[in-house]
Write a protein that binds this ligand. Structure first.
Ligand code: DX5
Ligand code: ZN
Length: 215
């Protein structure tokens, strides 16, 4: 059974408490929080102060996806704000291995993210150190984009690398996932499905989350 991580990027930012009420009722596995800095991606969302205010609204773990440059400068702030998983992009930090170690030493689960056109080779030598590999299935920066189909082969290849290396990291896939294509993503080897518009832009987000859980 896949784990589901709804992304609040598609929720109403002026009423995040309502979104959290839905998430608590929908019993998802993680809450995916997309942090964008206006540099690594053009968009700007929120950072540690907002996340810190959201933390008391739920006990569901926070899966924080940093689409920011030089994330190593603010890891402590995300820990203090209540992040459980902290994921950084390979091309946003100069010393990836050090950043990953620091995330773990701070008591969070480290994740590493790759954009659609990036090769799995970029993470080969960090696989033993991470709890999660996030494969972007859209280019980062916006919700509501279409799934990039060649990522399905990438998930399969990463799953193969995981089995061959005896690793235990989870494979998270992020972008363009809806109920309609979730099965092929899970069949390819994904453990965690991120979905923003596929949850929040549906008529009944609680029922949608329940359906997702059945994959
Ligand atoms: C994109 C974000 C995604 C986004 C997914 O930069 O990392 O998490 O919220 O949104 P959907 O599911 O609408 O593609
Ligand atoms: Zn994300």
């Amino acid at each position: 059974m896949a784990l589901i991580a709804p992304s609040i990027l598609s929720a109403n930012f002026a009423n995040l408490t309502e979104a959290f009420t839905l998430l608590n009722k929908g019993q998802c596995d993680y809450i995916h929080i997309d942090v964008m800095d206006g540099h690594y991606v053009n968009n700007l969302t929120f950072g540690p102060p907002v996340i810190g205010h959201l933390r008391p609204l739920t006990e569901i773990p926070f899966d924080v996806h940093l689409m920011i440059e030089n994330p190593e400068r603010s890891l402590e702030a995300y820990k203090k704000a209540g992040a459980d998983i902290l994921t950084v992009h390979t091309d946003a930090t100069t010393h990836l291995h050090r950043t990953i170690q620091k995330i773990r030493n701070l008591g969070m689960a480290p994740g590493v993210a790759l954009n659609p056109a990036q090769s799995l080779e970029e993470v080969r030598y960090i696989l033993r150190d991470v709890d999660l590999v996030l494969l972007m299935s859209v280019n980062p920066g916006f919700g509501g984009q279409s799934f990039v189909p060649q990522v399905l082969d990438k998930i399969k290849d990463l799953d193969k690398m995981r089995k061959e290396g005896g690793y235990s990291f989870k494979i998270e896939v992020d972008g363009g996932i809806k109920l309609e294509n979730a099965k092929e993503v899970v069949d390819a080897g994904a453990d965690i499905l991120v979905s923003g518009s596929g949850v929040f832009k549906t008529q009944d987000p609680i029922a949608t989350m329940k359906e997702f859980k059945e994959f």
